[in-house]
Design a protein around this ligand. Structure first.
Ligand code: HEC
Ligand code: HEC
Ligand code: HEC
Ligand code: HEC
Length: 183
């Protein structure tokens, strides 16, 4: 009797495990890396989002964690190498921002060095990056594209949990990273 209960409990656990993996696989929203967005978003005619991002601090966010300033902040907090600490990576990298449930596509071009990449704000791109889907805002949204221009969205990272935080002015700071498609 005891044994049967044990077996069914482990079968249940296994089922839940399989269901868990299936859900993630089915959702199919995997991180492909900013260089995958580059090929279609680097033309001046359509706004060169790639170039604007590359010049922004977001593209340097991982590099920043390698500076002496970052190391000092980490040491003062009793932490190790900031480029390896989850407490820093959570706001300074795409994978950190999207959380452990979102996987990196095996066939993608994701490198942690991209810092806060396109997908940190627009969601994992494996399902929406096809041209046909991208051109249709509704289809892109259904495939996981996030379009969230709001102070609430930015302050997920721009808040006083950031060790160097001073203030955040949405209008002013949005203007610094704006990357619109020209009319
Ligand atoms: C195969 C080409 C292609 C790739 C790859 C691609 N895009 Fe796009 N994307 C487009 C096109 C075309 C549009 C429509 C607007 C335009 O003409 O630039 C668009 C539009 C968008 C929009 C605006 C959607 C809207 O609702 O207005 C966002 C945001 C976006 N792309 C982000 C990304 C991100 C992030 C990636 C990488 C994960 C990516 N794109 C990869 C072609 C592409
Ligand atoms: C995933 C976390 C994250 C999100 C979301 C985010 N940022 Fe940032 N942002 C950062 C980090 C980290 C830096 C600092 C990078 C560095 O200096 O290396 C930064 C820097 C900046 C800077 C450069 C000036 C400064 O304060 O150092 C601007 C401007 C900016 N962000 C605007 C925005 C806006 C506007 C939004 C919302 C649309 C936004 N950010 C959303 C993490 C984020
Ligand atoms: C809650 C999100 C968040 C966390 C967690 C975080 N940062 Fe940042 N970090 C930011 C943002 C946003 C900025 C840009 C402006 C600011 O300081 O708020 C930034 C900027 C920086 C800068 C550049 C400051 C400057 O003056 O240009 C350094 C260095 C830095 N962070 C180190 C770290 C280290 C080290 C950790 C881990 C102990 C860490 N950050 C954790 C969000 C975060
Ligand atoms: C810090 C967050 C952040 C990052 C990083 C970021 N974007 Fe955006 N992006 C936004 C927001 C917010 C909007 C405006 C959404 C809206 O209008 O609702 C936007 C708008 C866009 C648009 C539509 C512009 C228009 O006028 O319709 C495109 C295309 C786009 N982003 C592509 C990219 C690409 C490609 C990258 C990386 C090279 C990138 N974005 C990086 C937050 C970000």
């Amino acid at each position: 009797m005891k044994r049967r209960v044990l077996i069914s409990v482990s079968l249940l656990a296994m089922g839940m495990f399989l269901l868990g993996t299936a859900t993630v696989a089915m959702a199919g929203h995997e991180i492909v890396g900013a260089p995958k967005c580059k090929m279609c978003h680097k033309k001046d005619k359509t706004g060169n989002q790639w170039g604007k991002w590359l010049e922004s601090k977001h593209a340097k966010a991982y590099e920043t964690l390698g500076t002496d300033e970052a190391k000092k902040i980490a040491t003062d907090k009793g932490l190790g190498d900031p480029q390896k600490e989850a407490a820093c990576l959570k706001c300074h990298t795409t994978t950190g921002a999207l959380g452990a449930d979102v996987v990196v596509a095996a066939a993608g071009k994701y490198e942690i060095t991209e810092g806060v990449g396109c997908e940190a704000c627009h969601g994992a791109g494996s399902a929406y990056k096809k041209k046909k889907i991208m051109k249709d805002p509704e289809a892109a949204k259904a495939a996981g594209l996030v379009m969230n221009k709001s102070a609430e969205f930015c302050t997920k990272c721009h808040n006083d949990e950031s060790p160097t935080f001073k203030s955040f002015d949405f209008e002013k700071q949005w203007a610094e990273i704006a990357h619109a498609v020209p009319e």
